[in-house]
Design a protein around this ligand. Sequence first.
Ligand code: ARG
Length: 460
Amino acid sequence: MAQLWGGRFQKKTDDLVYEFNASIGFDKTFFHEDIMGSRVHVKMLSQQGIISSEDMEKILAGLDSIEKDVDEGRLEITSEYEDIHSFVEANLIDRIGEPGKKLHTGRSRNDQVALDMRLYTRSQVDYTKEQLKSLLEVILRIMKDNLDTIMPGFTHLQKAQPITLSHHMGAYFEMFRRDVDRMTDIRERMNYCPLGSGALAGTTYPLDRYYTAKELGFDGPCNNSMDGVSDRDYLIEYLSALSTVMMHLSRFSEEVIIWNSNEYNFVEIDDSFSTGSSIMPQKKNPDIAELVRGKTGRVYGALMSLLTTMKGIPLAYNKDMQEDKELAFDAMRTTNGCIQLFTGMLKTMTFNEEVMYKSANKGFTNATDAADYLVGKGIAFRDAHSIIGEIVLYCIDKGIAIDDMSIEELKNICPAFEDDIYDAISMETCVNKRLTKGACSKESMIEAITKCKEYLESLD
Ligand code: ARG
């Protein structure tokens, strides 16, 4: 047990209490951030004349050697220490003696942990953004390659109207674009430095909080020291954004699973991204998509957990806040991993264009356009709807598509039909006549793709 606060205690901490209280098992995640914060803090202490420059040099050298030894496996972060802050400070004192005891001047573990968590989260926000960017690049490539790949669009999971694969992918581009923008927004709002807040009330030392904030890449110090040590809003925002990313990935996964089913057969998942069955030799399972769908729950769980932890905490720091870490780390690791795996699966997936086309063609997806055709021939839409309904019933009975009916058969049901009906309801016409912004025609999609490309370039 290496603790920093033994002075006012007369008895040794109970073993179970020590274990219950300790956070080293998980806060070692931000070991590097802890060192980074200490470096800047100690430089500032020296600049402000609070410690000597000789002491600063010794502390910096000590911190360097601890970091190096941990990175190169010579020093292990063990549960002998209560948390990562104690680990660094105790090792520093062991190595350099007296000057090491000055590191914590004008600082509390409360602002230290607030800083470490913020620095770590900030780098994760950036990482998520990078991962999402790679996913958007793959989606954009599929959009470009599939401007003419016709497939059924669905509502209620029933074939509705023909669209293109390009258009379908474009919908996901928009979802993940908003996710990227959320990362940008969160980063901007969170980028204020809690270091220098002290335990809660600030400190009597003349700390230069503007200097430390700037050195650590923040836009400035946070405004209120009590808020500085107890704000976890940024983490809640990030977990909420990660939950939305997972919700999007899960919807996409659900579609991949459906498309990969024997009944649909729209896609072929690459062997390297699917798995087999131990008993059924014919199986090739979409496990990656299923796992991504399945893991969504644990990310939502992390968000719910933190919201609940924070809701009853009076100002300022309370130990409850130590609970902000484990599930949040898990959610970050899970979501970033899922984006990466999903991107790999999508990149290597192939689309069965012919099957998709046939599915659209045989699914009465041109029924709306057939009704619109009759409107063009002077029939009121409600009557046209009912005539086409009758035609659909006739086709179902015969096991054919509307296009398979002869002009005589069509005229028998409604004399307004003429030879131009076949052209009017071809899959290509149905798709390419939809020219409004955001619609599925090739023309609209070419415009959309140009905008998507510009967006991706603007992220560089
Ligand atoms: N392990 C603590 C946490 O994660 C660090 C801060 C401890 N501060 C304190 N006053 N006990 O929140």
